[in-house]
Design a protein around this ligand. Sequence first.
Ligand code: AGP
Length: 608
Amino acid sequence: MCGIVGYVGPRIATPMLIEGLKRMEYRGYDSAGVALLGDDGVDLRRAKGKIAALESTVATRPIEGTTGIGHTRWATHGAPSEKNAHPQRDCTGTIAVVHNGIIENYTVLRKRLIEAGHVFKSDTDTEVLAHLIEAAFKGNLEEAVTEALNLVEGTYGIAVISSQDPDKIVAARKGSPLLIGLGDGENYVASDVAAILQHTRQVVYLDDGEMAVLTPTTYRVFDLEANDVPKNVNRIDWDLEQIEKGGFEHFMLKEIFEQPQTIENTMRGRLVTEEGFSKLGGLNLTKQEMLDLEHIIITACGTSWHSALIGKLMIEDLARIRVDVEYASEFRYRNPIVDDKSLCVVISQSGETADTLAAMREAKRRGAKTLGLVNVVGSTIAREDDGGIYLHAGPEIGVASTKAFTSQVIALTLLTLKLARLRALSVEKGRAIAQAMEALPAQVQQILENAAAVEAIADRFRDATNFLYLGRGYNFPVALEGALKLKEISYIHAEGYPAAEMKHGPIALIDENMPVVFIAPHDSVFEKVVSNISEVKARGGRVIVITSREEPSLAGKIDFEIRIPETIDMLYPVLAVVPLQLLAYYIAAKRGLNVDQPRNLAKSVTVE
Ligand code: AGP
């Protein structure tokens, strides 16, 4: 999504604005720009395309100033272009705005402003904000911004500067993340901590409905009624090298190889192996509330929705609580049955996905307790839920989610243990699950050490046009996830299906050009999957099998085998997904595609 960065202090802001925008490139964008306070107004430099285009514009026409804002735009209103890039200015050229989010009533506001004589230069909803602030300006920038925002419907994270009220940045957030970075004699604003981490680790997260005014030496947070709002200062522990690629060609590959460590981190301090249960400090649910639970909804999007499907199987199997898994985008607009006996589990790596956030708010409105399984500390979902389990997977930069998925499955397993040991699960079975969990990091490492074998298979199928992924039980969601990984970074069409469903239609697709990936570890449904493999082979299909042991019944049926270690059924997704992540990665990389920033995609979909 779009990225915001701003600086106010004694130094020339231009280089750090551009560097900050670069740190957010992974979020996906199609134009970029900066604005700085100059002697005669606000100076702009903007460019369509990548930040390199902006850099060459600045090199050709240098721009300086000690107060500035920058933006990377992912177009929602108005095609990607220089004129539609942010920052956007008012008629006088003395006020500049950068904006993440959508102004839903911008058409009405734009018409009213044009009737009042304002001249628009872009097709964006954001420009309306610049003119609203201009119309309200009477010498104090924060007062003008407040008045303007009271007219706005929709979502925003904004930063505003003006040469008529210099040496300050006004920031505001409603539905789109924004934070303040506190420096020594200088201050920052950003939509993503990565943009300013090299300058400060002290940040203040804004919440919806809050504004802030930054000067080089002060900051103040207040609400739209101008009441001061006390805020905590958070210290960010992530180091930049965690955010850098660490020697890998792409962030995605780095994050796939981080999984032994990130799975460990998600479990750290939360498994009581001897007792076979989990310690989850942030649930904010009493034992009685957990015992009274009659219904759990798990809502999410994309990869997070796939892990939700696995959570359903675990919780129903072991805790015997009914679980409904809902696409957040569907849940938020239908009339679901939710009450105070419901727990709404919300899964989101970014903690900012608009549909997921809205679904959580809808569940809360209907009386449900909410529990966020989130990776990004301090994200909106993490701050609005009633309780949570942080994934502790570290920053996930690649747009295709990998380590977050495996950490989500681990977090769901921890939650299942917690609930199940309050009910029917014995200490012996709980202990067996905990022990199997503790073995996972080394087992994932073992799979990663065999990455070259997966790369060789990727080489054979890099030019395929269609893929089918098939699995049963706990591995049906893994089939969905494997297909999503492939299609979102290689642009090859891929479908995930329950293996048995294939004969109800998809089997018509089978021929020698259709690679079929079977997730077939030696679990309780293994023999059934072997039958499905036979069906595909009998029709000339080419079969790639992820399996966990040498199996006579598979002899002669497999064209390509990828071996994974043995574990318990419910944990096979953590192991089986890794070769699928690698397969997708290597195919996309061999196709010369932008693996970390695939076309049309953004890391966090903060608009609906
Ligand atoms: C997964 O690889 C995709 N990038 C996408 O489906 C993602 O999982 C989805 O947008 C949800 O994101 P979230 O977990 O940050 O809410």
